[in-house]
Structure formats: C-alpha cells, structure tokens
Design a protein around this ligand. Structure first.
Ligand SMILES: [Zn+2]
Length: 344
C-alpha cells in the first residue's frame, strides 16, 4: 500500500467519495486566525487529515497558563518564549510533513488581513476577540471566502458557519452593540473540554466544505454548555438582516478603519498593552535596537523577538515592530515607551 493510502486509510473509508474526497482536501488552503485553544485543536485536525496548505496567524508567545488547553504546546516552548505561530508550525510539521504550513507572527488587523487570507478556501476563527471576528466577517464577504465562527468561555461554547451569499453573515447574527459586555476566558476561565468540542464541530464543518459535501453542511448555530448539560440549535432562517451593512450593502467598516496610526490595545485581563504599527508605517532594525537597549538594561535576543526589562515593565519587541508591554494597563505609558525606545 502506498504511503498516501496508508496514512489516510481510516479517513478514505469514511469519505463519501474516498480518494476523490481526499484529493479535494489535499488541494485546499485554510487560514486559522489565532492558534490558542481553539486554533491549536483546529490545526491539529486539519493537518492530520491532510489539507493542502495551512496558514496560521498569532501574535502571542507561549506561556505556562496556555498549557492546560492549547494542545500543540509544551513546557519547553513556554520556557523559550516561542511565538505560538512558530511552536505550532514546528509541532504540526512533525505530525504531517506533506502539508505546506505558512506562519505569521502578527496581530491581525485591517492593514494585513487581506494579504494573509487571499487565496484561502476557508477561514477558521481561533480568536477570542469579537472585533477580530467582525474583521474576518468583512474580508470573508469581500473576498467570497466562507468562515467558521467558534467561541468558548467557562464551560459554554458556540459555533456557526458563514457562507457568503448563502447564509446570513456574522453581523446579521450579532449586533455590534453587544461587544465587550460578556464574560471572557480571562475573567471566568475556560474548561479545556469545551474547547475541543467546539473545535471539533468547526473542523467537521470545515471537512464538509473542503471536500464539497454541501448537503451535509449544518444550517444552524450550535450553542452548548458541557458542564450544565445544555445543547441548543438555532436555525438560520429569518436571521438575514436585509439592512446589514456588510453582506447586503457591502460596506466593510472594519476593513476601512484608519490605517495610518499605531493600534494600541489592552490585552484583556493580562496587565498588558500592545502597540501595533500598521503595515508599511514603520521600518524596524532589530539589531540596532538590540545594541541600543543593551546600554539601558537587561535585554535578551531570541530568533523571533527582543525581551527587555525597563523601569518596571517587561517589553517584547517583534521584528515587524509590534511591542508588547507587560506590567501596565495604561495606553499612554505604552505609547511613551514605544516612542522613547522604538521610534517615532
Ligand atoms: Zn449580514
């Protein structure tokens, strides 16, 4: 038996069209935005199943508190401060070397999402951030790429599949006014099992889309609570909003935000602020900055970033100019540190 048939033998028996389905899967490109809890479980399923190309995007570094649920990472990744996108790629490549994997150590925003996802057949939501989901929704409708929403918090999870021109879009389903009032993983925690349940629903829908088994695609939003034994399905019918700015009027408000300023964002519950220069606005020479910072204090250089202890803040500077400031929730402090230590 050749290696291809052997590797996928149990799956070939399952697919409706056997090797034809497998070859369809192997010709497809998927982008996963965020490789944390949901994203690592999603990537694990897709890479083992043998998709053609996987693009993974994540801005964070592996931390010890991730290991409870983020299945591709281990203690060494956390000790070495490896970016999640890199650690995930290393592990995934050792699982299935036939899958082409591209990684992006980036904060997804209006200035870079289009170049990251262009050419994808599907986008999977592995984020924990509603603003990023609206951005994914905009690019999905604009470029006609389906995406699968997944959200988990505490023991609850939710998922739905958005197919441009076929289903209501995310903005039809969720009014923007609801953002920011709910519980988050940082305030109420998350059970690892609900992560895997929702990721498995997302990955299953992904397989149906990728092998073009359209009749089995779910037409409901699923919401469940694994601890309290609740399960609900909400049919899509009647949820299309005829005045939806995104899918009806094709006005992409989240893609069209101002791209000239730095984005300054507080990282929920983590005593950290991130400063993200918009693509093309900053030229960073990390070696120059390393030399400069060595004169000011203790600085460590890894292949991916500089880590610097300054005043009482822990700074991480990535090659694309993004700065993570740990030890404050004050945007003005992060802005000051950026202009004194990085530039502008
Ligand atoms: Zn819509």
């Amino acid at each position: 038996m050749d290696e291809f048939v052997n590797r996928y033998s149990r799956q070939l028996l399952f697919w409706p069209e056997g090797i034809v389905s497998q070859k369809k899967l192997g010709s497809k490109t998927v982008t996963i935005i965020g490789v944390g809890a949901l994203g690592t479980a999603l990537a694990n399923h897709l890479v083992r199943a043998g998709i053609g190309e996987l693009r993974i995007v994540d801005r964070d570094i592996v931390e010890e508190s991730n290991l409870q649920r983020q299945m591709l990472f281990d203690e060494q990744d956390s000790r070495d401060h490896i970016p999640k996108a890199v650690a995930a790629k290393q592990k995934l490549s050792s699982i299935n070397s036939h899958v082409k994997i591209l990684h992006f150590i980036e904060d997804v925003n209006a200035s870079n999402i289009e170049s990251i996802v262009t050419g994808s057949d599907l986008i999977l939501d592995g984020t924990d951030n509603m603003m990023v989901r609206f951005l994914i929704n905009d690019i999905s409708i604009k470029l006609d790429i389906p995406w699968i929403y997944g959200g988990v918090v505490h023991s609850r999870g939710m998922t739905t599949t958005i197919i441009p021109n076929k289903t209501p879009c995310f903005r039809c389903l969720f009014p923007i006014a609801d953002i920011g009032h709910g519980d988050t993983c940082d305030t109420v925690g998350v059970l690892s099992t609900v992560v895997h349940i929702i990721a498995s629903y997302q990955a299953t829908e992904a397989f149906k889309l990728l092998i073009e088994n359209d009749e089995s695609i779910r037409k409901e939003m699923v919401q469940l609570d694994v601890w309290n034994n609740d399960y609900d399905e909400f049919p899509f019918q009647n949820t299309l909003n005829e005045s939806c700015p995104c899918c009806q009027k094709r006005k992409f408000e989240f893609l069209e935000t101002d791209r000239t300023n730095h984005l300054i964002s507080a990282l929920c519950g983590r005593d950290s602020i991130q400063v993200t220069p918009m693509k093309g606005t900053v030229e960073i020479n990390i070696n120059e900055i390393f030399k400069r910072w060595k004169k000011l204090g203790k600085v460590e250089k890894t292949p991916y970033l500089l880590r610097f202890t300054y005043e009482h803040y822990q700074l991480s500077l990535f090659e694309n100019g993004r700065l993570l400031v740990q030890g404050t929730t004050e945007p003005m402090i992060a802005k000051r540190l950026y202009s004194t230590l990085v530039g502008e």
